[in-house]
Design a protein around this ligand. Structure first.
Ligand SMILES: Cc1cc2nc3c(=O)[nH]c(=O)nc-3n(C[C@H](O)[C@H](O)[C@H](O)COP(=O)(O)O)c2cc1C
Length: 187
């Protein structure tokens, strides 16, 4: 089984990027293959049905679609922007949802967030569930939100609180078991 992991924050110093890096290390201890994507490599114009008609899908959408087709699921870390997830990703999601079959369909997904706030960006994840579930992704019920993220990492990008790292590890590993179980179902 292969998973793709990516941060919805595009900035280089992003706490969500750091979370995805940790997830990569955790998944590498299992038999599951993981590839980390950088959404900066998949920038696309605002969705416009006229553009889809002619000249067609943007080349970044074509590349991302092909990439999504190589995997059975996703681990996504999102910042919280105004209680929701970043607008650029809704646009990306909408472009990709115009392919048939939709590359989100019958895939699994785990959502994480990190924020300097005490809430940890959790509200963004509830919004993020909606388009994924609408397009047929099995979103894992449990989610992980890292509060006070500006104090949570050391200079090696490790979580300073071992209990928090264990929570993240346990969640990721239980998501992997769920995902592997789902691979036996012939949709
Ligand atoms: C447009 C914008 C809106 C934001 N709104 C929220 C918010 O609603 N809740 C929150 O906890 N943080 C909010 N923040 C602060 C982000 O949590 C903070 O910038 C965080 O570092 C972003 O994640 P990153 O480190 O992965 O880039 C907002 C930041 C921006 C740029």
């Amino acid at each position: 089984m292969k998973l793709l992991a990516f941060s919805l924050s595009l900035r280089q110093g992003s706490y969500n990027r750091k979370l995805i890096k940790l997830v990569g290390q955790i998944v590498q201890t299992s038999k599951v293959e993981i590839e980390i994507l950088d959404l900066l490599e998949y920038e696309m114009p605002p969705y416009n049905a006229d553009v889809q008609e002619n000249p067609g899908f943007p080349e970044a959408a074509e590349r991302l679609k092909k990439k999504l087709e190589t995997a059975q699921g996703f681990i996504i870390a999102s910042p919280e922007y105004n209680f929701s997830y970043p607008g650029h990703f809704k646009n990306t999601f909408d472009w990709l949802s115009r392919y048939r079959p939709m590359p989100w369909l019958n895939k699994v997904a785990l959502f994480l967030s990190a924020s300097p706030s005490l809430v940890g960006g959790n509200r963004a994840l509830w919004h993020l569930r909606v388009p994924f579930e609408a397009c047929g992704t099995f979103v894992y019920p449990e989610m992980f939100s890292l509060a006070t993220a500006h104090q949570a990492f050391n200079e090696k990008d490790e979580l300073v609180d071992p209990a928090m790292f264990k929570r993240l590890t346990d969640l990721v590993l239980s998501f992997l078991r769920f995902s592997e179980g789902l691979q036996y179902i012939n949709f």
